[in-house]
Write a protein that binds this ligand. Structure first.
Ligand code: KG4
Ligand code: ZN
Length: 333
């Protein structure tokens, strides 16, 4: 039996998880900094790293308690080393390194995006290749092609804003709050998605995304209205539909082109029910298998980091002494 302790501090959630063997999650605690950052309308990196430092030790204790384990039973330590905010990553890496030295057990450095992808192991044991992952969050809108185990090729990504980032910015502009995604989704339920015509960018670049034009068009649309507050639900519904249509168009084009068998959709924006329903409806009469990561494993959490470590540990380089923050870590090994 092996026990892997996983730590994730790449952005604004401090998280510690314990994984038994390869796939059993014994605990997965997340301490959200949302209340602090919502005052500023977005994540303040310096504040985020201080909060990680204040929280991580008690979260570690609680996570061990929930899993009914003690430190000396651990076999591996897994930690996110990038991509992410440098100061934030450094907090998790420092704790992970110290534990690994003190307990004399291996340290497994994990790519955050691999973590989002390997949450799939909670739904099926292995992938049918070629597989594709659409990772949509506050920092990423990436299409990652996997031709076999341990091979990751980025075949499309956003040229500017990430999809979640645009949800957050539009929400801020409408004074709805932070994070914008869940609030816009709720508000959109009462709106008509055909009310406003908003643009899908880069239609000629099949797998590339761009959301900053949509953000500007939405903000222009809000400014052009005499009383935008009477149209909030319609604006949210039209904006959300355009994001969904963009993600569908590009992702399904990539699935076709690469003859994809398994499609994984993860990252915070994948908690959006309308997005997932749109994908389910579009692929239900095709041979594509959709792996939808459920909300608790979609938003940032340490269990997904532990799962990437237990499945990919053999391909990660292990060298504690040289282990540094890799804030712009690429997917490819
Ligand atoms: O994966 P995540 O927790 O952190 C990052 O790595 O960024 O994603 C957070 C992002 C935020 O931008 C948030 O607005 C968005 O995911 N989000 C959503 C929903 N829930 C969270 N976007 C659309 N609909 C949602 N229901
Ligand atoms: Zn993430």
């Amino acid at each position: 039996m092996t026990y892997t302790l996983a730590i994730e501090t790449s952005c604004d959630d401090t998280s510690v998880a314990l994984i038994k063997d390869k796939t059993t999650i014994l605990s997965n605690l997340v301490s959200s900094q949302q209340k602090t950052h919502e005052i500023y309308g977005g994540v303040v990196p310096e504040v985020a790293s201080r909060l990680h430092a204040e929280t991580i030790h008690s979260l570690l204790e609680l996570s061990l308690k929930e899993a009914q384990l003690s430190l000396n039973q651990l076999s591996h330590i897994a930690v996110t080393i990038g991509p992410g905010l440098e100061g934030c990553l450094l907090v998790g890496i420092s704790v992970a390194k110290s534990l690994s030295y003190a307990l004399d057990i291996p340290l497994i450095p994990v790519n955050h995006i691999h973590g989002h992808i390997y949450a799939f192991t909670q739904y099926q044991e292995s992938l049918q290749y070629p597989a594709l992952a659409l990772i949509v969050s506050g920092g990423h809108t990436d299409l990652i092609l996997m031709e076999n185990e341990g091979s990751f090729k980025c075949c499309g990504k956003t040229r500017d804003d990430a999809a979640g980032e645009v949800f957050d910015k539009v929400s801020r502009c409408l004074s709805l709050g932070y994070p914008g995604g869940p609030i816009i989704e709720k508000t959109a339920e009462k709106g008509n998605s055909e009310s406003f015509k908003l643009p899908i960018a880069m239609k000629d670049s099949p797998f590339e995304f761009s959301f900053s034009g949509l953000k500007t068009a939405t903000l222009d649309c809000i400014k052009s209205l005499d009383n935008p507050h009477n149209h909030i639900a319609d604006i949210c519904a039209s904006f959300q539909k355009t994001v969904i249509d963009t993600l569908l168009l590009k992702t399904l084009a990539a699935c076709d082109y690469y003859n994809i068998q398994d499609l994984i959709i993860g990252g915070g924006v994948a908690s959006n029910q309308s997005l997932m329903n749109a994908f389910k409806n579009r692929i239900h009469d095709t041979s594509l298998n959709l792996i939808h990561i459920k909300p608790d494993l979609c938003t940032d959490n340490a269990a997904m980091i532990g799962l990437a470590a237990t499945h990919l540990g053999n391909i990660y380089q292990l060298n504690k002494d040289e282990l540094l923050v890799q804030s712009t870590f690429s997917y490819e090994h």
